[in-house]
Design a protein around this ligand. Structure first.
Ligand code: NDP
Length: 444
């Protein structure tokens, strides 16, 4: 009842922000058993407070294109919750960006960050700017203009942005360069930095690797492992690339990759040479996934998603709501036993329900892809102590963190009456940590 009222108030207060409404509903409905056990959360209006960002900043980002014409985009940063640490979360540059998407991502991030065990609050930012098809100089001018406003609101102990869709190493470099110039400070204000200037080894790999580590932990509960499994992956960006690499390293056969144009199916599985080609195609040439069909044996399916192809394990790693109920049915019909979300809120609520009802292992993004932000936390840690850890050291921390997130989520699912339901487990474990911290900090 209390939960439904809070959801209704969110819908009325923020009409039209459908992704945010979906995220609020997904989290609040699953923490019902927690609310029943903790009347003090209701009394302190934790639910109403947790769905309202602490601060949102919306700003204009004017820039000049290569033809000398003035362009204008909207920038935003939503600083959602800092109860357990400075806001720590990505920036997304994509034409679909608006408040509803940034708020959904920021809200989810609060609980994801709490699960990592590191002191990081939640938020998100971005712009409707599309880096695709822009020259390096245009991207640089846009990033400089974006940071010329954003620098006022961030800081190593306040808010530490990172990358997300459309914001990779190139964009982080231009953003950091401008921050440094304006403030005259070299400090840990962004993560995903280049190795030469404060970045951490394993950060590029972290989200994809972490998703596979999480999936392996889920499989272990059924006496299974990644070894020998047929794996479908969507996307071919950062998360998908390293999920594919780690799955292959663990002895799995990766049979699909995709982008917004379509899917490639590789019946014999991606090889190391094929993976190298995809890395070059996507990160250097910035090409389309269909170009793989000219290079190695695979079939290209324009406009299709990977979920109709047979697999044991699915690692959706592109964008929100890309697995719907029909896709979920196809995965189940084809014998899929585990789904771990490499990106955020990839499965629609109907698809997630189908996975849970059918008893397959389902790792929601909040838990399964937390390795990226966790390694950002490790990057901050190294910056604060002025150290650079080895690849093996960071990877070991990442692996431990993923094992712990799995353990914590599973334990919470049992404690709150839904054993093996990682949605309930991850949401409840993250929520309790945030709610208790908010209680400790008073009404602020
Ligand atoms: P990238 O920009 O590197 O890659 C995104 C991939 O998703 C591309 O292959 C892109 O294809 C595809 N894609 C985007 N929109 C659509 C669409 N509407 N339909 C089909 N495919 C689409 O991003 P990342 O790999 O870094 O991130 C992927 C997701 O993972 C994001 O949702 C992000 O929030 C989430 N995430 C990322 C983390 C990280 O550390 N990178 C951490 C945690 C979550 P195309 O090139 O055609 O656009």
């Amino acid at each position: 009842m209390v939960i439904e009222e809070v959801i209704e108030r969110v819908i009325q207060r923020d009409p039209g922000q459908k992704e945010f409404h979906q995220a609020v509903r997904e989290v609040l409905e699953s923490v019902e058993p927690v609310i029943k056990k903790h009347p003090e959360y209701v009394k302190a209006k934790i639910l109403d407070r947790v769905v309202e960002p602490e601060r949102q900043i919306i700003f204009r980002v004017p820039w000049v294109d290569d033809n000398g014409d003035v362009q204008m985009n909207r920038g935003m940063r939503i600083e959602f919750n800092s109860a357990i640490g400075p806001y720590k979360c990505g920036l997304r540059f994509h034409p679909s960006v608006y408040e509803g998407i940034i708020k959904f991502l920021g809200f989810e991030q609060i609980f994801k960050n709490a699960l990592t065990g590191l002191p990081m609050g939640g938020g998100k930012g971005g712009s409707d700017f599309d880096p695709k098809g822009k020259s390096d100089n245009e991207v640089m001018r846009f990033c400089q203009s974006f940071m010329t406003e954003l620098y006022r609101h961030i800081g190593p102990n306040t808010d530490v942005p990172a990358g997300d869709i459309g914001v990779g190493g190139r964009e982080i470099g231009y953003l950091y360069g401008q921050y440094k110039k304006i403030t005259n400070r070299f400090e840990s204000v962004l993560t995903g930095k280049g190795i030469n200037w404060g970045g951490s080894l394993v950060r590029p790999e972290a989200t994809g690797y972490g998703t596979v580590y999480f999936c392996e932990e889920m499989l272990k509960t059924k006496g299974e492992s990644m070894s020998g499994k047929t794996v479908t992956i969507s996307g071919s960006g950062n998360v998908a690339q390293y999920a594919a690499e780690k799955a292959m390293q663990m002895g799995a056969k990766v049979v699909t990759l995709s982008d917004s144009g379509g899917t490639i199916h590789i019946p014999d599985g991606l090889t190391k040479e094929g993976w190298d080609f995809v890395m070059d195609l996507k990160n250097v040439k910035r090409g389309r996934i269909n170009e793989c069909a000219e290079k190695f044996p695979c079939e290209y399916y324009p406009g299709e998603r990977p979920w109709r192809f047979e697999c044991d394990v699915a690692l959706p790693s592109a964008t929100q709501n890309e697995v719907d109920a029909d896709d979920a049915k196809k995965l189940l019909d084809n014998g899929c036993i585990a789904v771990a979300e490499g990106a955020n809120m990839l499965s629609t609520p109907e698809a997630a329900d189908l996975f849970v009802q059918n008893g397959i292992l389902f790792g929601p993004g909040k838990a399964a892809n937390a390795g990226g932000v966790a390694t950002s936390g490790l990057e901050m840690c190294q910056n604060h102590v002025g150290m650079a850890w080895s690849f093996e050291e960071v990877d070991k921390h990442l692996h431990n963190i993923m094992v712990n997130i799995h353990k914590t989520s599973l334990a919470a699912s049992e404690k709150y009456g839904a054993p093996g339901n990682y949605i309930v487990g991850a949401n409840c474990a993250g929520f309790v940590k945030i709610a208790d911290s908010m209680l400790d900090l008073g009404v602020v």
